[in-house]
Design a protein around this ligand. Structure first.
Ligand code: ZN
Length: 90
Protein backbone atom coordinates (compact mmCIF):
# COMPACT_ATOMS: atom_id res chain seq x y z
CA UNK A 1 0.00 0.00 0.00
CA UNK A 2 2.85 2.40 0.76
CA UNK A 3 4.08 2.26 -2.86
CA UNK A 4 0.70 2.39 -4.62
CA UNK A 5 -0.89 5.69 -5.50
CA UNK A 6 -4.47 6.38 -4.44
CA UNK A 7 -5.55 6.77 -8.08
CA UNK A 8 -4.21 3.34 -9.05
CA UNK A 9 -5.99 1.67 -6.12
CA UNK A 10 -9.31 3.24 -7.15
CA UNK A 11 -9.09 2.02 -10.73
CA UNK A 12 -8.07 -1.43 -9.55
CA UNK A 13 -11.07 -1.61 -7.18
CA UNK A 14 -13.35 -0.60 -10.04
CA UNK A 15 -11.83 -3.25 -12.31
CA UNK A 16 -12.24 -5.95 -9.66
CA UNK A 17 -15.80 -5.09 -8.64
CA UNK A 18 -17.13 -4.74 -12.17
CA UNK A 19 -18.12 -7.79 -14.15
CA UNK A 20 -16.43 -8.22 -17.56
CA UNK A 21 -19.74 -7.29 -19.21
CA UNK A 22 -19.81 -3.96 -17.34
CA UNK A 23 -16.15 -3.29 -18.08
CA UNK A 24 -16.11 -4.11 -21.78
CA UNK A 25 -19.76 -3.41 -22.58
CA UNK A 26 -22.92 -5.35 -21.86
CA UNK A 27 -23.39 -8.66 -23.62
CA UNK A 28 -27.13 -8.16 -23.35
CA UNK A 29 -26.96 -5.73 -26.27
CA UNK A 30 -25.34 -8.39 -28.41
CA UNK A 31 -28.01 -10.89 -27.45
CA UNK A 32 -30.74 -8.45 -28.44
CA UNK A 33 -29.19 -8.31 -31.90
CA UNK A 34 -29.26 -12.09 -32.12
CA UNK A 35 -32.81 -12.31 -33.42
CA UNK A 36 -34.19 -13.69 -36.63
CA UNK A 37 -37.43 -13.94 -38.55
CA UNK A 38 -38.64 -17.49 -39.06
CA UNK A 39 -38.87 -18.17 -42.79
CA UNK A 40 -41.26 -21.09 -42.28
CA UNK A 41 -44.04 -19.74 -40.02
CA UNK A 42 -43.14 -16.04 -40.38
CA UNK A 43 -42.58 -15.39 -36.67
CA UNK A 44 -40.62 -12.14 -36.30
CA UNK A 45 -37.65 -11.37 -34.04
CA UNK A 46 -37.29 -14.82 -32.54
CA UNK A 47 -34.47 -14.96 -29.97
CA UNK A 48 -31.27 -16.79 -30.74
CA UNK A 49 -29.65 -17.73 -34.02
CA UNK A 50 -32.34 -20.00 -35.40
CA UNK A 51 -32.06 -23.31 -37.15
CA UNK A 52 -31.24 -24.43 -40.66
CA UNK A 53 -34.67 -24.88 -42.32
CA UNK A 54 -33.40 -27.17 -45.07
CA UNK A 55 -35.16 -29.03 -46.72
CA UNK A 56 -38.35 -27.04 -45.94
CA UNK A 57 -36.63 -23.84 -47.07
CA UNK A 58 -33.27 -23.45 -48.74
CA UNK A 59 -32.57 -19.99 -47.29
CA UNK A 60 -33.12 -18.17 -44.01
CA UNK A 61 -33.59 -19.44 -40.49
CA UNK A 62 -36.45 -21.15 -38.73
CA UNK A 63 -37.59 -21.11 -35.11
CA UNK A 64 -37.26 -24.03 -32.70
CA UNK A 65 -40.95 -24.88 -33.06
CA UNK A 66 -40.73 -25.18 -36.85
CA UNK A 67 -37.45 -27.04 -36.57
CA UNK A 68 -39.07 -29.64 -34.32
CA UNK A 69 -42.48 -29.90 -35.98
CA UNK A 70 -41.64 -29.37 -39.68
CA UNK A 71 -37.94 -29.40 -40.56
CA UNK A 72 -36.87 -32.56 -38.71
CA UNK A 73 -39.90 -34.60 -39.97
CA UNK A 74 -39.18 -33.32 -43.49
CA UNK A 75 -35.57 -34.46 -43.19
CA UNK A 76 -36.67 -37.90 -42.05
CA UNK A 77 -39.12 -38.07 -44.96
CA UNK A 78 -36.49 -36.97 -47.47
CA UNK A 79 -34.04 -39.51 -46.08
CA UNK A 80 -36.53 -42.37 -46.36
CA UNK A 81 -37.49 -41.18 -49.86
CA UNK A 82 -33.84 -41.22 -50.90
CA UNK A 83 -33.44 -44.75 -49.56
CA UNK A 84 -36.48 -45.94 -51.55
CA UNK A 85 -35.06 -44.41 -54.74
CA UNK A 86 -31.72 -46.12 -54.09
CA UNK A 87 -33.45 -49.46 -53.54
CA UNK A 88 -35.33 -49.10 -56.83
CA UNK A 89 -32.05 -48.45 -58.65
CA UNK A 90 -30.53 -51.59 -57.15
ZN1 ZN B 1 -41.30 -20.89 -37.20
Amino acid sequence: MSFGSKRLDDSFDRWVTQTPEEYYGTEDEDEEDATFDCCVCGAEECEGYGNNPDPVKKKGRCCDVCNTTKVIPARITSLSTTKKVDRRRV
